[in-house]
Write a protein that binds this ligand. Structure first.
Ligand SMILES: NC(=O)c1ccc[n+]([C@@H]2O[C@H](COP(=O)([O-])OP(=O)(O)OC[C@H]3O[C@@H](n4cnc5c(N)ncnc54)[C@H](OP(=O)(O)O)[C@@H]3O)[C@@H](O)[C@H]2O)c1
Length: 274
């Protein structure tokens, strides 16, 4: 079992939601932390909260992960401050909802820039340090949408499938080096993610049981400690849905269309002629 205590971790998208929960959990495990997100005040707020809880080895490097300079500055600051980097958590991400036939290429490009290139910039900056040390862990937060595509989230799912593919290839390429790669597939999590997403409003799903950000943070820490290559962090309903999709794919597609097809305004989400 791998102990996380004392391992220096970079967490992207740490200002809120899942990333904030991951940072708090890693701090509680005794990890010195470097926090990344665009919102400098939110990162400063988290730094203060962690300091009050007794974690003093926390620094922030605010910036847009889609800019390669953000990753270079963040990794430099982590090494400068703590002398090393052990864990990279590529968590920063943004949603996108639109029928594929009406996907705005500019929206998709922006979301790819954050969800895929953002992670890649951090991998490119961090992995050489991990290889020199002969140890380390890269955690890539994908989505269950990469494993089970759903209607109206095809663009977003494509970014998460791309990230998962990069993650899997990276894991194989680093085999035998002491550097591990963990791909994380969370289900639906209660955060501000839908409100921050590009494209059309997500439909309200009243009554649906959603995971908490802390569930995801816990799942990642457990998977890291156990040395897993991938982890699916899902509600019971999502696990059953995944199984049903394998056993009866056509029937499950109709369920997914009903579940993901509406809009927040109730206007229906079916593609219309342009
Ligand atoms: N919530 C879900 O249901 C769910 C399910 C599966 C997977 N995920 C994945 O989990 C990750 C976290 O999502 P969340 O639910 O916590 O969403 P969230 O509450 O919207 O948080 C997103 C985080 O990413 C940061 N971020 C976004 N764009 C950024 C950029 N260009 N540069 C730097 N930081 C950026 C945000 O910080 P700033 O705004 O301060 O930059 C924020 O800290 C994402 O990768 C998401 O795709 C979420």
């Amino acid at each position: 079992m791998v102990r996380l205590s004392g391992r220096v971790a970079i967490v992207t998208g740490a200002s809120q939601g899942i990333g904030r929960a991951i940072a708090k959990r890693f701090a509680a495990e005794g990890c010195p932390l470097l926090l990344v997100a665009r919102s400098a005040p939110a990162l400063a707020d988290l730094e203060s909260e962690l300091a009050r809880a007794g974690s003093r080895d926390v620094v922030a490097a605010p910036g847009d992960v889609g800019d390669p300079a953000t990753a270079a500055a963040a990794v430099h600051k982590a090494v400068d401050t703590f002398g090393r980097v052990d864990i990279l958590v590529n968590n920063a991400g943004v949603g996108l909802r639109a029928p594929v036939a009406r996907l705005d290429p500019a929206d998709l490009e922006e979301v790819f820039r954050t969800n895929v290139l953002g992670a890649l910039h951090f991998v490119r900056e961090t992995v050489p340090h991990l290889l020199r040390q002969g140890s380390g862990l890269v955690v890539n937060v994908s989505s269950i949408g990469a494993r089970q595509p759903v209607p109206y989230l095809g663009g977003y799912g494509a970014t998460k499938a791309a990230l998962a593919s990069l993650s899997e290839s990276l894991r194989m390429e680093l085999d035998g080096t002491g550097v591990a790669v963990l791909t994380v597939y969370p289900g639906s999590v209660e955060t501000g993610f839908k409100a921050h997403a590009r494209g059309e409003p997500y439909p309200e799903r009243s009554g649906a049981r959603r995971l908490s950000p802390e569930d995801v943070a816990h799942g990642i820490v457990r998977a890291a400690e156990l040395g897993l290559r991938e982890v699916l962090i899902l509600s019971r309903g999502e696990r059953l849905g995944l199984l049903a999709g394998r056993l009866a794919p056509r029937a499950m597609e109709r369920v997914l269309l009903r579940r993901y097809g509406g809009t927040g305004s109730g206007a229906g989400g079916r593609p219309t002629k342009a």
